[in-house]
Write a protein that binds this ligand. Structure first.
Ligand SMILES: Cc1cc2nc3c(=O)[nH]c(=O)nc-3n(C[C@H](O)[C@H](O)[C@H](O)COP(=O)(O)OP(=O)(O)OC[C@H]3O[C@@H](n4cnc5c(N)ncnc54)[C@H](O)[C@@H]3O)c2cc1C
Length: 436
């Protein structure tokens, strides 16, 4: 029996923003390719985020260069469904060859011939190159300290949707990055008693002197930072576009009614233990906040810009009681806490990618997305080439670099194949149109 195998030049796995950006650049260079997406285009924006989420950056910034958002004004923050719709419309704009509802199950390097064998939920195919665009945030991580208490509802922030989803009673939100603070704020406003466990964080001002922090990070060259500063690996960033966009201010959250606690250390039965680091974490967050104001002021002075002064931005509210006298333990039952939301981040999952480009910790080894395994590329990972890499606008620029690399490799291939290489091509390449 002969089994016919589809052959493709470049296979892109995943059709989130990274896969769509990759497809645009490959299309522009005329590189035959196919994008396989196991669910729908931008699925994670639709179903792996809470209902009220809006983009953390303004619409003029958190988008691809060639198309504006349809509904949200440039200075507004697009709701998550509009973000997903944006990528569907974007893919349609250049007729991206995306096939949805197909999962890539396994990729292995071929032996004795170039390329890779790709097993999918829809059969087997061959690909000369594989671009991994499966996301920076793939597998929700709940730390092993989570209590084994069946009476408590425990969910990851990726599974949180809205306050109605939770049982009656208070909530402990663990993690105060952008997800944790927004979820805690929403729950408190919905009338719940909320405890928010705050670790090390950066908290840039939402805006300063009339410009959004995305603009400041851009002009100050911070989005372009190539490597994370040493020791900052566990420092999260707390920003929010919710309710028109406001600076995340932990003291304000406390004055509003949220009880702040330090890093969650352990659980003993129903009792949560917290580090005594809350005041220090808040103070470090302030330092980060004030350092951006300083850098912005220096930039304004150096360039003689006409931006309104904003001295009030330096006034910080007084420390609330929960910061000056922090809780070091909390009996969840006594406090009426019935749910824990773990806003504790994500890990990657490359189990399906059986190629030789991972270090001892399972982290991909690559240079600006070009992996150690020739023909395998990564796109959309945090710090792939710089700070902006996992964000909407950053991934588009990284995709351009990877497309350039693929074009170069195809030239080497053509040289090897010789001038009549087209005639020698063994199998037709598949082109399939977008199916959102
Ligand atoms: C809560 C939250 C808010 C965020 N807000 C912003 C923001 O405001 N602005 C911003 O710039 N960034 C934001 N980000 C960061 C980033 O933009 C998003 O995480 C974005 O979804 C990443 O896009 P991506 O295409 O790289 O990955 P994803 O959106 O995760 O897309 C990967 C796709 O690959 C598919 N896939 C995975 N494995 C396979 C497989 N084996 N076979 C086939 N398909 C597969 C998935 O179904 C998915 O659709 C946010 C992140 C989070 C978690």
């Amino acid at each position: 029996m002969t089994v016919e195998t589809t052959s493709i030049d470049t296979l892109v796995v995943g059709a989130g923003q990274a896969g769509v950006a990759m497809s645009e650049h490959l299309s522009r260079h005329g590189v035959p390719h196919l994008v396989l997406e196991r669910a729908r285009i931008a699925e994670r924006w639709r179903t792996a985020r809470w209902d009220s989420l809006v983009a953390n950056g303004p619409a003029w910034h958190d988008r691809f260069p060639n198309m504006a958002f349809a509904e949200t004004a440039p200075d507004g923050f697009a709701p998550k469904e509009e973000v997903a719709d944006y990528f569907v419309a974007y893919a349609k704009k250049f007729d991206a060859p995306i096939r949805t509802g197909i999962e890539v199950k396994r990729v292995v390097r071929n032996n004795g011939r170039p390329g890779f064998t790709v097993e999918t939920s829809d059969g087997v195919m061959e690909a000369r190159r594989v671009v991994v665009a499966t996301g920076p945030f793939q597998k929700p991580v709940i730390p092993s300290i989570a209590p084994q208490d069946a009476a408590l509802l425990q969910i990851h922030s990726a599974d949180y949707r809205n306050p109605q989803q939770l049982p009656e009673g208070g909530v402990l939100v663990v993690g105060a990055g952008s997800s944790g603070v927004q979820i805690a704020d929403e729950l408190q406003r919905a009338g719940k008693r909320v405890f928010l466990s705050v670790g090390a964080h950066d908290r840039p001002p939402r805006a300063y002197r009339g410009r959004d922090f995305c603009w400041w990070l851009g002009v100050l060259g911070e989005w372009d930072a190539e490597v994370m500063k040493p020791g900052r690996e566990h420092v999260t960033i707390a920003v929010s576009g919710a309710r028109g966009g406001q600076t995340v201010d932990f003291r304000r959250l406390a004055h509003q009614g949220i009880t702040l606690v330090g890093l969650t250390k352990s659980f003993e039965g129903n009792v949560a233990h917290f580090d005594a680091d809350l005041a220090e974490n808040i103070a470090r967050g302030d330092e980060n906040y004030l350092s951006l104001l300083d850098a912005a002021d220096a930039y304004v002075a150096r360039n003689g810009l006409d931006l309104p002064e904003e001295p009030d931005a330096r006034l910080l509210p007084p420390d609330p009681e929960c910061v000056t006298h922090p809780l070091l333990k909390l009996d969840l039952a006594q406090a009426g806490v019935t749910s824990i939301i773990w806003a504790t981040g994500f890990a990657t999952d490359f189990g399906w990618l059986q190629v030789d480009t991972f270090d001892g910790n399972g982290k991909p080894r690559h240079q600006r997305g070009v992996s150690k395994e020739p023909g395998v590329y990564f796109l959309g990972l945090p710090w792939l080439s710089r700070r902006g890499s996992a964000f909407i606008w950053g991934v588009w620029h990284d995709a351009r670099h990877i497309a350039d690399h693929i074009v170069m490799q195809r030239k080497y291939q053509t040289y090897y194949d010789g001038p009549d290489s087209q005639a020698k091509k063994p199998q037709p390449e598949q082109q399939v149109r977008a199916t959102a």
